[in-house]
Design a protein. Structure first.
Length: 319
């Protein structure tokens, strides 16, 4: 039930926050360059992302509006399928406060209801926002998202006294609490483009003031890659279960089964969700003898249909 805690290799989830002119787009591109690999930018800032094309080669997919969450989700999925390593979302604020964004969706739903009910409107709009956040968190790419900020105030009313307006600092133009979803959040100043961390799970930038650069990306990548490899760990767990279930003689047939199921020619083509699903299947076989018996018969039938020994490696998923 419990196991030793281990930090696993991960993909970057970085938020760059700041007012207009603080250097969010430029900083995002430099950090992405430091991480390396093909870069895709989702540009909602009226093509401003293309102003820095002299830095290096990267691809752009503009969203001119409306800025509905599905437009972002579709582009994230397209970037993953095209094999990009880094996705820059510039800016994620439009998905919240832009035309067609979540606030706009909520208002339109409320106005279309008989009693202009905000609660009902949020009940419909919130899942759309959650789906966008999930697509970011579950992405197979490194994600760098820029966020606009605004000055936040609080009105304090004490009994018998005039209301007092207190400045709280800068707040994201996005749903409250979104910062908790990111690995690192860097706030950029408009004067000198200096960044400071308001959240840093890596510990790299604690108490530091820095100018984002390619080196920032390289340092983040080194930390992200320093954990255990989750794919290698899953493969090891599968191998262990195969031995525990006495399926060693049928192991080549098992990998053929896995390759056919996910249309993969090699282990490298198996994604982590595929391996997790197989780990669940083998665990169920261990817990349920009848299911194990059915699975053994399936693998044995695959061996029979191939007309050879289970040890025949031809056409088996390379491992």
């Amino acid at each position: 039930m419990f196991r030793k805690a281990q930090r696993k290799q991960a993909k970057l989830r970085l938020a760059l926050a700041g007012p207009s002119g603080s250097g969010k787009t430029y900083s995002a591109l430099l950090i992405a360059k430091g991480i390396g690999g093909p870069v895709a930018m989702i540009d909602t800032e009226r093509r401003s992302g293309e102003l820095y094309s002299h830095l290096y080669e990267y691809d752009v997919s503009p969203i001119d509006g409306p800025f509905d969450p599905q437009s972002y989700i579709d582009r994230i999925k397209a970037a993953e399928e095209a094999g990009y390593n880094v996705i820059i979302i510039d800016s994620l604020s439009h998905a919240w406060a832009g035309v067609g964004g979540i606030l706009d969706i909520k208002d339109r739903i409320a106005k279309s209801s008989r009693n202009n009910n905000d609660f009902t409107a949020w009940r419909e709009a919130t899942p759309k926002h959650n789906e966008l956040v999930d697509s970011i968190l579950k992405s197979s790419c490194h994600i760098i998202a820029t966020l606009r900020t605004k000055t936040a105030y609080e009105v304090i009313q004490e009994e018998g006294k005039k209301a007092k307006v207190t400045k709280l600092g800068l707040a994201f133009v996005q749903r409250e609490g979104l910062d908790y979803e990111f690995t690192v959040v860097l706030d950029l100043s408009i004067d000198s483009h200096i960044a400071s961390s308001t959240k840093d799970r890596t510990g790299i930038f604690d108490g530091q003031y820095l100018t984002p650069s390619e080196e920032t990306g390289r340092r983040l990548l080194e930390w992200l890659n320093s954990g255990t490899d989750p794919k290698a760990e899953l493969l090891q767990q599968i191998e262990n279960l195969i031995r525990q279930l006495n399926l060693g003689d049928l192991q080549p047939a098992y990998w053929l089964y896995a390759g056919n199921r996910y249309q993969a020619a090699s282990v490298d083509q198996l994604d982590i969700p595929h391996l997790q699903e197989q780990l669940t299947l083998l665990t169920q076989c261990r817990q349920n003898p009848s299911k194990l018996d059915q699975f053994q018969k399936l693998l044995a039938e695959m061996v029979r249909q191939r007309g050879g020994s289970s040890g025949d490696q031809s056409s088996v998923l390379t491992h």
